[in-house]
Write a protein that binds this ligand. Structure first.
Ligand code: ASP
Length: 312
């Protein structure tokens, strides 16, 4: 489908891209989520001539992203996507949980227009802030006709919501697509596509998340490691938990005591998914093993399980 309008809506949620520090040389001692999305675009001459609209949906450090904000963001996004004059949407976000928000929005809405999430590793006050260029690149991608789905534009690369992961805690080039599957690059405002995005499953729809955020299922992640036992699972069962994702080793393998606790949880009605703590690759399903999360990372498997449980 060719997008008809030429309006790009930029939704702000906070993050380092909107962060400030007292000292321009300080790239770590800053406060995230200080500048409005309006202020971010005001300082970008490269956007002159574009039809833009901004809306501040949240103003948070993305380490604190929560279900209520996701719900609000998804609703806003759906409203703007439905406007015929809107050709694409950009979301400014923190880098820490960007891949989770991207996957959540993709599964929920599978948009027919481009929704491009961007962020920054350095605050807006930095001597060498990466936010302005990332924002310009995100707008260039959002302006592309024929593009659909939730994408991430970061450090000159374009990633899909399904494959993107934060892979570095400090470097400007902090994101990668699993197994080198990035979709394209942005060079001086020109978008160059390198790969075709596989077709995505149908949108689950906004109705899936209509219940109050405080009533969403509780899904937790536990990790396999040397000496892993069942204590964390038992503690979660005692507290009450609806779903468990295990970040297994290798092909989703789990130490025997942890596996026994997970099987017990499963028998008690807790949904369990087995993923891998490896950076890439699937967990092959096996007849007698706990259900596989396929090639979803543990955090994305958690979202998948959460959205599945929300259907009940
Ligand atoms: N803690 C920040 C956030 O995720 C980090 C960043 O944006 O780079 O909001």
């Amino acid at each position: 489908m060719q997008n008809k309008g030429d309006l790009i809506v930029i939704l702000g949620t906070g993050g380092t891209i909107a962060g400030t520090a007292a000292d321009p040389g300080d790239n770590v001692g800053y406060k995230a989520a200080q500048l409005s999305v309006e202020q971010l675009i005001a300082s970008l001459p490269g956007l002159a001539g574009r039809r833009l609209e901004t809306e501040q949906v949240a103003q948070i450090d993305s380490k604190d992203m929560d279900f209520a904000t996701w719900q609000q963001l998804a609703e806003k996004l759906a409203q703007h996507l439905a406007r015929p004059e809107v050709s694409g949407i950009v979301i400014t976000h923190g880098t820490d949980t960007l891949e989770e928000t991207a996957y959540f929005l993709q599964r929920l809405l599978n948009p027919v227009k481009p929704v491009v999430i961007t962020a920054a590793m350095r605050p807006a006050t930095s001597l060498q802030s990466d936010g302005p260029q990332n924002l310009l690149d995100a707008v260039a991608v959002a302006a592309q006709a024929h593009v659909a789905g939730v994408l991430v534009a970061f450090a000159g690369a374009i990633h899909s919501a399904e494959q993107v992961r934060k892979v570095h805690s400090y470097r400007l080039d902090a994101f990668a697509s699993a197994e080198g599957s990035r979709l394209g690059v942005v060079e001086e405002g020109i978008v160059r596509w390198l790969a075709r995005r596989p077709s995505a499953p149908a949108a689950l729809g906004l109705a899936r998340i209509s219940r109050p955020a405080a009533q969403w299922p509780r899904v937790q992640i536990v990790m396999n490691h040397v000496g892993a036992d069942g204590a964390v699972v038992e503690a979660l069962l005692a507290q009450g938990v609806d779903g468990l994702v295990v970040a297994g080793t290798g092909n989703g393998s789990v130490a025997s005591p942890l596996e026994a606790a997970l099987r017990q949880a499963h028998e008690q009605g807790v949904a369990v998914l087995r993923s891998t703590r490896c950076d890439a690759g699937p967990v092959s399903a096996a007849a007698d093993a706990l259900p596989s999360a396929g090639s979803l990372s543990p955090v994305k498997a958690r979202i998948e399980l959460l959205l599945t449980l929300l259907a009940d």
